[in-house]
Design a protein around this ligand. Structure first.
Ligand SMILES: Cc1cc2nc3c(=O)[nH]c(=O)nc-3n(C[C@H](O)[C@H](O)[C@H](O)COP(=O)(O)O)c2cc1C
Length: 219
């Protein structure tokens, strides 16, 4: 089995998507290659992928959808001539609920069928915006899940659905947990801490409540 992994992050090798890919491939010995939608010609990638039995496209969720470069690449793809090829996806995102990636998942599943590939599934992981800056031990569970997925993929040629389900938790937060998180963010804890730190670092904390398009909308 030859596998092509496509990194669909606009941040290329410097993004969280790359970390996901590297951990997924950690234990993998079977032949595989990685290519980068951000740096390479989309038509060339779409043609090159025809040489592989399996394609995995890994990407971040941007504005509830796939990044534009992945869309461009998809527009270059042609249906496989021969049967027996398969395609899977890894989608990671900032918000912790995986439900945000569900519309994209539905699209990816139907796209795969239109391209005459077997759909291997979509690995979804929310709450991933900060992984590049967290110490290794805080990501230990995620990294273990990814390498387990990779090991299983190497043996069976597909994703382990138990791990996929585990990684997608929480799909939706319970009302109680939402309230608790709102409370924490009200006193400056939780996710807000991280975003405020980023805003301060970029001298943008005073503009954090700006709504630059509101005036234009009311015209
Ligand atoms: C322009 C932009 C739009 C984003 N939109 C969403 C979104 O709609 N939902 C979400 O959960 N995360 C969103 N995120 C967070 C990213 O999915 C998250 O930070 C991801 O880990 C980035 O991966 P990358 O470093 O490979 O680009 C967005 C990030 C950026 C930069």
């Amino acid at each position: 089995m030859r596998t092509l992994i496509i990194n669909g992050s606009p941040k290329s090798k410097n993004g969280n998507t790359e970390i996901f890919i590297k951990k997924f491939l950690k234990e993998m010995k079977a032949p595989h290659e990685i290519c980068y939608a951000a740096n390479e010609d989309k038509l060339q990638i779409a043609n090159y992928m025809k040489q592989f039995d399996t394609v995995i496209v890994a990407m971040p969720l941007y504005i509830h959808a796939m990044p534009g470069i992945v869309m461009k690449l998809i527009e270059c793809m042609e249906p496989a001539q021969d049967c027996g090829k398969s395609m899977g996806f890894i989608v990671q995102s900032g918000f912790m609920e995986s439900v945000h990636s569900k519309y994209l998942e539905r699209y990816l599943s139907s796209l795969t069928k239109q391209l005459n590939y077997t759909y291997l599934g979509t690995v979804i992981r929310g709450g991933s915006a900060g992984i590049y800056m967290m110490p290794e031990k805080m990501n230990k569970r995620l990294f273990k899940q990814l390498s387990t997925l990779g090991e299983y993929f190497e043996r069976k040629g597909t994703f382990n659905m138990e791990t996929v389900e585990e990684m997608a938790k929480p799909c939706k937060l319970s009302k109680g947990k939402s309230k608790l998180l709102q409370l924490l963010s009200g006193i400056g804890l939780g996710d807000n801490m991280f975003w405020n730190m980023m805003l301060k670092k970029n001298n943008a904390i005073n503009e954090k409540l700006d709504r630059p398009f509101v005036d234009k909308l009311s015209d």
